[in-house]
Design a protein around this ligand. Structure first.
Ligand SMILES: [Zn+2]
Length: 226
C-alpha cells in the first residue's frame, strides 16, 4: 500500500521507453530488455575491440554488453545514466554482464577492476562516475577488487583544449596517469568504460597502465559503436 502510494508520487519508469515499470521489473521493462541489441561475440577474439585496438593496445580479452547506434535504445539508456543521473542503470548493466562473464569463467581471470576515470570537474558537475556501479557490480561477481585510485585523469588545461581540435588522440593520451603502479605488477586487469568508439580513451588508459610489469589487460564496456 505504501509502496503503491510512493509509485504514484515517484513513478518507476523504464530507462529506455519511459513507460511505468511493473512491480517485478527493475530499471528496464521486459519489452525493452528483449529488444536491446546484445553483443554475442564475447570470448572468441572476434570482439570489435580486438580490431579497433590492434597494434595499439596489447589486449587479452574484451566484452561489451550492447551495440550502440545513434537513436537506438542503448543511446537512450546511456543518456539516461549520464545526463538524467539514473545511477541504478550502471549497477544493473554491471550485474548483467557480470553474470555473462562469470558463466564464461572470468572469475578466475581478473584480479582488479579499474574504471576509466572522469575529469574532476566533470565528476563535480555529474556527482558520480557513470561506470562506478558497473565496475563494482562486475568486481563483486568475479570476486575481483575494485580500484579507482590507481588510474587518474589530469585536469584539462586551456592549452590542451586548444590542441585537441588538431590532435585529439595525442591529447587524450596525455590525459591519464597512474599512481602506485607497482601494485598492478603481474595482475590481470579489467578496464571498464561506458561506450567504446574509436578506442582512443582506452588506448590512453593502457599507456598509463602499461608501466606496470607484466600486466594482462582485459576490457569490458556497456556498449560498443556499430
Ligand atoms: Zn521500456
Amino acid at each position: 500500500m505504501i509502496q503503491d502510494f510512493k509509485n504514484l508520487l515517484f513513478p518507476r519508469l523504464c530507462a529506455c521507453c519511459d513507460e511505468n515499470l511493473m512491480k517485478f521489473e527493475d530499471v528496464i521493462c521486459t519489452f525493452c530488455r528483449n529488444e536491446l541489441p546484445l553483443c554475442q561475440n564475447y570470448f572468441d577474439g572476434d570482439h570489435e575491440l580486438h580490431k579497433i585496438l590492434y597494434g595499439r593496445v596489447r589486449l587479452h580479452q574484451a566484452a561489451s554488453l550492447f551495440y550502440f547506434e545513434k537513436k537506438n535504445n542503448v543511446q537512450q539508456l546511456i543518456h539516461d545514466l549520464k545526463y538524467r543521473k539514473n545511477r541504478a542503470i550502471s549497477a544493473f548493466l554491471g550485474q548483467w554482464i557480470g553474470e555473462i562473464l562469470f558463466q564464461a569463467g572470468w572469475q578466475n581471470q581478473i584480479d582488479i577492476v579499474i574504471p576509466v576515470p572522469l575529469h574532476k570537474r566533470r565528476l563535480r558537475t555529474r556527482g558520480f562516475n557513470q561506470v562506478e556501479g558497473f565496475g563494482k557490480a562486475i568486481a563483486a561477481k568475479l570476486s575481483a577488487k575494485y580500484e579507482d585510485k590507481v588510474l587518474l585523469r589530469k585536469s584539462t588545461t586551456k592549452t590542451q583544449v586548444f590542441k585537441s581540435r588538431f590532435a585529439r588522440t595525442d591529447v587524450v593520451q596525455g590525459n591519464f596517469y597512474s599512481k602506485n603502479i607497482e601494485s598492478l605488477n603481474h595482475k590481470h586487469i579489467l578496464l571498464v568504460d561506458d561506450l567504446a568508439t574509436t578506442g582512443s580513451t582506452l588506448e590512453a588508459c593502457w599507456m598509463a597502465l602499461n608501466s606496470a610489469k607484466n600486466i594482462k589487460l582485459n576490457i569490458a564496456t556497456m556498449a560498443i559503436s556499430k
